[in-house]
Design a protein around this ligand. Structure first.
Ligand code: GDP
Length: 457
């Protein structure tokens, strides 16, 4: 394979910049541009070493650098690899990259180092995908789930399922190859037990995506309430900064404000909608329409009611929107005189729900809201250390397909169809699962996956 090079650090000013090079000519190219302080034999490089020296161009020092050496096969790509640590910034890093290119390296495509790690068998596809997820992780839980996957948790689960399937396949093959032995009966029974187990395991993985989606994309929360109920104040209290404009004139939150925060390690996307009311004003009407829409699309509604005022027509509309949705009822402005009737009415409408009393202005009662979010989405039950959690839609779709194939195999088996038919379905399940680990995946898909990577990874 060719020798590739890329800048691995993010563009811009920084303390150090890293240029990474991988492939069989790595050290030969490096020799032309790197003058180590203490002489080294470029033909006999030792791995896991760092050397200090200069990048030189025609006896001119370009930069003072540290070069880390990784010797094949003990490197990220399994090839000879080096990382040049130069000073950060725009010029030097770019200049060193160009020097590597001039001396025969090729510019790496996004994700090409990881793609090589995959193609050279150092990691499977699900592990390579975990790398990109770690890079993009915004919260601790998201990064933990991806690291677990990089360590091979998903690969292991898939392998266990494939081993189960293999155990039936062996018997199926025997009964096909040696029909004179009457093994069909045994195979049908055994196949049924194993297939049921496979289905169970796959269903478990599929369900984990509900948690995975929350970990990765977060929970979308719509804040709804009539004008002046205190939506913007609550959003500010959550964000702990003045992001939304708080004002006493009704209907000022005309557009939708969306913010992301991390609560209990989970990304929370909060949408502060325009106050729900029958506005004559055109702009406001658009805003209200949007807030109805975002409330209907949200995973959770936080409905906020002004505890200092009687409920109104507008509040009724909000109560209507909340029906059949996961929601948290918040009674705001408890620092003022609270109208008992408001609380009674809310409790009557939602007898099973807890009404959380807060003062958004004084940031009082916030913990209770967070606790309720945690309870509703069972965030405290997420066990990232032990369980494989699917966070990738591609994996989830493959598992869904594999479940369908498993059901077909179970049906065929139940109907006592010839065992080779069952065998065909089992092969389909294995083929499907191979798309997660990368054994049976098209070049197109591989290309698509690695195209999402950053340069230099
Ligand atoms: P929104 O229209 O629902 O976004 O409401 P705002 O957050 O803009 O608040 C409307 C008014 O109510 C502002 O004057 C806030 O200062 C006030 N307000 C909000 N929350 C509280 C609270 O907990 N206590 C009191 N006393 N006033 C509040």
């Amino acid at each position: 394979m060719s020798t590739i090079v890329a800048i691995s650090t993010a563009p811009g000013i920084g303390g150090i910049g890293i240029i990474r090079m991988s492939g069989e000519n790595t050290y030969a190219i490096l020799q032309k541009i790197f003058k180590p302080k203490q002489e080294i034999d470029f033909n006999h490089i030792e791995g896991y070493r760092i050397k200090y020296g200069y990048i030189m161009e025609q006896n001119k020092i370009i930069d003072e650098v540290l070069v880390s050496f990784f010797k094949a096969p003990n490197s990220y790509t399994t090839e000879d690899l080096c990382e040049i640590n130069s000073h950060g910034g725009m010029y030097v890093v770019q200049k060193i990259l160009e020097m590597c290119l001039e001396n025969g390296a090729q510019l790496a495509e996004p994700g090409e180092f990881t793609k090589r790690a995959f193609l050279n068998g150092r990691m499977d596809l699900s592990q390579a995908e975990a790398v990109i997820d770690i890079i993009h992780a915004k919260t601790e839980k998201e990064s933990k789930a991806s690291i677990h996957q990089l360590e091979g948790s998903l690969s292991e689960d898939i392998k266990k399922i494939r081993d189960l399937l293999m155990s039936i396949m062996i018997e199926v093959e025997v009964s096909i190859d040696y029909p004179e032995y009457d093994v069909e009966e045994v195979s049908h029974n055994k196949a049924q037990t194993v297939l049921k187990k496979v289905q169970e395991e796959l269903e478990r993985l599929k369900i984990s995506f509900e948690t995975g989606k929350i970990i990765k994309e977060g929970i979308n929360i719509a804040l709804i309430g009539k004008p002046n109920a205190g939506k913007s104040s609550l959003l500010n209290a959550i964000l702990r900064e003045e992001r939304a404009i708080v004002t006493e004139i009704e209907g000022t939150t005309r557009d939708i404000i969306q913010e992301s925060v991390s609560i209990k390690g989970i990304p929370i996307n909060i949408i502060d909608t325009a106050g729900i009311r029958n506005a004559d004003n055109k702009v406001e009407q658009i805003g209200i329409e949007r807030s109805r829409k975002s409330a209907s699309e949200a995973d959770l509604i936080i409905a906020i009611f002004d505890g200092s005022r009687q409920l109104s027509e507008e509040d009724n509309e909000i109560l209507e929107i909340m029906k059949d949705k996961k929601c948290i009822l918040v009674l705001n402005k408890i620092d003022l005189q609270v109208e008992d009737k408001v609380k009674e009415r809310l409790q009557k409408e939602f007898p099973k729900d807890k009404i959380i009393q807060i003062s958004a202005k004084n940031k009082q009662g916030m913990e209770e809201i967070y606790h309720e979010i945690e309870r509703l989405f069972r965030l405290d039950e997420i066990r990232l250390e032990n369980d494989t959690i699917i966070t990738n839609v591609r994996h989830k779709n493959i598992i869904t397909n594999a479940i369908e194939e498993t059901k077909k195999a179970i049906d065929a088996n139940e109907q006592n169809l010839p065992i080779d038919m069952v065998g065909m379905y089992i092969k389909d399940i294995m083929e499907e699962l191979g798309k997660i680990t990368g054994e049976s995946v098209s070049d197109e898909i591989i290309k698509e996956i690695f195209a999402k990577f950053c340069l230099g990874k």
